[in-house]
Design a protein around this ligand. Structure first.
Ligand code: LLP
Length: 433
């Protein structure tokens, strides 16, 4: 019935996440509230780790893509689970540093890294910088020279794969702001150039074909294209590529009709493609990296709201307003994303009303669920929106000067704040008269 199997209903008819009663959490911490099930987050990390061991002889590393949900606690958890980290900005890198994340497992991304970010990355000793363009390649070389180090780099390649997903998050094709293209020789040329630079070491290639993808085929095709490119680099430049990073993008279940692939199946299929293409092209089997974000954190998170005003507009629709909205979850207004929801304080009631759940922002598109079947909601109910653990907190804003919610982590029936609720004073903190 629920989109994640860590959810259940207790004898009080309350929704339970892990072993924690969500109604009690809402009472204790207030709403809106993000709740993260640490145990499920850890379990999801292990799926990747174990699949790499099982299907790829442990010759790889899963990097948690911290853009999905980044805070010190989450970085620490990913580190404890033995994962590496994908960071995409100075802010995410700074969080990793403050979390004590092992820097030799941090990979720094971004299509327009600033000189300051490059300096922070090189100085803090990140494992690899994933190079996006020629400008930053020169800058990384210059910075590494200044610091007296050789910085390991990978290149973000557009493999030309058109994964079937939302247009805004489709990045593998040539018309994308990310990376360098294969088909026009751009990727080949930049790598050839990098080989001449003294303070960078070309160590790998990377691609990321999109997000919330349900098919295995585009991933396998991307792996094959990338392995052939590795073969070309060896044949034409004598360059042996050590590492292949295949990005993230594995789909999750937001609503009943979503049918994600088991993640270990993906790793099994891709491993086979990599090994067979390596042998065909006579190159060594590379160390693999992948960057799952959503599939690790999204199913582990829910958002709790309190129901406020309800408007039943005859022959039009019924609006149920909650005390959060696009400020804490901008995914409907950005992508028209769909979610599942549960009346947390009467969780087993039938879904027999069609309603639109709206937020409290001054914006008509501020909607969380549009015309979806839900349980009958009353003022004061606690509403749980499911699978919000990725790209909700990390994309939250203070629109209308609404403070961002707290995040509470639950584990084995215990709960603790991992990100404090913002206050009005936080809102005006940087204002100068
Ligand atoms: N690696 C790279 C280079 C990426 O660009 C991304 C996501 C990931 C890994 C992680 O992908 P995941 O496994 O989480 O799908 N805000 C959008 C998603 C944008 C994803 C951007 N890149 C959303 O809310 O759907």
């Amino acid at each position: 019935m629920f989109v994640s199997d860590n959810l259940s209903i207790n004898e009080k008819n309350h929704l339970v996440i892990g072993k924690s009663d969500t109604v009690k959490l809402a009472e204790k911490y207030g709403t809106p509230l993000y709740v993260l099930d640490d145990d499920l987050f850890r379990k999801n990390c292990r799926i990747y780790k174990q699949a790499i061991e099982k299907f790829y002889e442990g010759n790889g590393l899963a990097l948690y893509a911290s853009k999905a949900l980044c805070c010190i606690h989450v970085c620490k958890t990913a580190a404890e689970e033995g994962l590496g980290l994908d960071v995409v900005s100075g802010g995410e890198l700074y969080t990793a540093i403050k979390a004590g994340f092992p820097m030799d497992k941090v990979y720094f991304h971004g299509n327009n890294k600033t000189p300051d970010e490059i300096e922070l990355a090189v100085k803090s000793g990140v494992s690899h910088i994933i190079v996006d363009n020629i400008y930053e390649l020169e800058k990384i070389n210059e910075t590494a020279k200044h610091e007296g180090v050789i910085q390991k780099i990978m290149f973000r390649i557009k493999p030309g794969i058109d994964a079937h997903t939302h247009d805004f998050i489709r990045t593998g094709q040539i018309d994308s702001k990310f990376g360098v293209a294969l088909e026009n020789g751009e990727a080949f040329e930049i790598i050839k150039h990098a080989m001449k630079l003294e303070n960078v070491k070309v160590d790998g290639v990377h691609c990321h074909i999109g997000s919330q993808i349900f098919d295995i085929d585009p991933f396998c095709l991307a792996a094959e294209v990338m392995m052939n490119f590795i073969g070309d680099l060896k044949d034409k430049l004598g360059l042996e590529i050590e590492k292949l990073n295949l990005g993230g993008g594995f789909g999750i279940k937001y609503v009943e009709s979503d049918d994600p692939i088991p993640y270990d199946k993906y790793i099994q299929s891709v491993s086979e493609v990599i090994k067979s293409t390596a042998s065909k092209r006579n190159v060594k089997v590379p160390f693999i990296l992948m960057e799952p974000g959503r599939s690790i954190s999204a199913p582990a998170g829910i958002t709790l709201y309190t129901v406020g005003g309800i408007k039943d507009i005859k022959n039009v629709r019924k609006y149920v307003s909650v005390d959060g909205g696009m400020g804490d979850n901008p995914r409907y207004i950005l992508y028209g994303s769909k979610y599942s929801a549960v009346a947390a304080n009467h969780a087993s009631d039938p879904y027999d009303e069609v309603v639109t759940v709206a937020g409290k922002c001054c914006e008509s598109g501020d909607i969380i669920l549009e015309n979806e079947k839900l349980q009958k909601l009353n003022v004061g109910d606690t509403l749980a929106v499911l699978a919000t653990g990725a790209y909700n907190y990390s994309m939250a804003s203070n629109y209308n000067r609404i403070p961002r919610p707290a995040i509470v982590a639950v584990s084995d029936g215990n709960d603790k704040i991992i990100v404090k609720r913002e206050t009005y004073d936080d809102i005006i903190m940087n204002d100068v008269e």
